[in-house]
Design a protein. Sequence first.
Length: 220
Amino acid sequence: MCSHRGLELGDMPLSGSIADLIKQAHSGDRRALGELLEQHGPAIRRKLRGAIPKRWQALLSIDDVLQQTYIDAFLDIGDFVGLRSEAFAGWLSTMARRNLHDAIRMLSADKRGGNRNRLARPMSDESFNLLFELVSGTRSTPSRTAEKAEVRAFLEDALRRLPLDYRQVVVLFELDGLRAEQIAKMLNRSTGAVYMLRARALDKLATFLGPASRYFGGSA
């Protein structure tokens, strides 16, 4: 049975049609989703075979991509629409390809020095403003002390809503200024896996910010 960090799927397999399993997964049955992942995982693995460039194979594996994709499936199953095996396989494959792309993109940027943080002091208002910039996609950050404090409080609340692994990566990378290699050692993950977690965490933060990011962005 498939498993990943923080989620154990149980020992006994379920039975039923794909449609039944998807319905059960939608209702919050983790074992049903685990069985779906077990059924479709091998095909996703075959699709990813040979997709990781040789230069990154020491920092990223297919297992890393699958693990992140399973995490995504557990977090986002409510967004999946459909009851057919082909639709579920396509949804899973799309997430896996996205995760692989994000990891390779960030590894390449790191090689060029593009992932080096611009922090003056870890966990400072400035570091929160830089995180706001990154997540909101604007360079118009609050300037007044009260506004900076408000943005920090808003981001701290959004961070608390993230899954633990996501929150850890954002805090360590974006706010503490650690490098991905350091975080990988701390979390017992590969560097590529850290970058996939970071990408998904920033996506979630952007969703949480929503209209608030536009409000704060216009306050400079």
